[in-house]
Design a protein around this ligand. Structure first.
Ligand code: FES
Length: 162
């Protein structure tokens, strides 16, 4: 399992948890490794949180800072980027570029009080389905402790209430 690269990040401002709130996590998964791990996790019924949404991408190096910031603007509570292991990126250094971009975005999230801890990256091979499920559970619990994304659009919060 690769190291979690978010230990030193702030948890930002803790926010109020509406009743029934479950963290919504967007997982950007490299299609060469993580998508297969996620697919395998589902196929063998490894449990990971229901609030996980998976977005497959050809390489984590193609994930721009704007994509990450836009996800938070749209209200996701946490983002996990899952790329190939060091030396395994099919675009040579895409995963290293992604790590550098994540550091910059986490600094921005800290600066605006959202908390850089809402964003992390891990590196997995395609055969690491159990590790994928573990990381999804871990980030979900981190976000549960931090509370909902305060930028979450109001309509999402009020959906289902009558
Ligand atoms: Fe998987 Fe680059 S091809 S992170």
């Amino acid at each position: 399992m690769s190291p979690d690269r978010s230990e030193s990040r702030s948890e930002g401002t803790r926010t109020v948890r509406p009743p029934g709130w479950e963290p919504e996590i967007l997982a950007f998964c490299c299609s060469y490794c993580a998508s297969a791990a996620a697919g395998e996790a589902g196929a063998v019924r490894l449990r990971y949180p229901a609030g996980t949404r998976i977005l497959s991408t050809p390489c984590t190096g193609g994930i721009e800072m704007e994509h990450l910031l836009e996800a938070f603007e749209k209200g996701v509570d946490g983002v996990l980027v899952v790329g190939c292991p060091d030396g395994g990126c099919h675009f040579v250094e895409g995963n290293q570029r992604a790590l550098r971009r994540l550091e910059r975005v986490r600094a921005i999230l800290d600066e605006i009080g959202l908390g850089g801890g809402r964003l992390r990256m891990v590196q997995l091979s395609d055969s690491m389905a159990p590790a994928f499920a573990d990381h999804m559970r871990e980030i979900t619990e981190t976000i549960r402790a931090m509370g909902p994304n305060p930028l979450k659009p109001a309509r999402k919060e009020s959906a289902g209430r009558s």
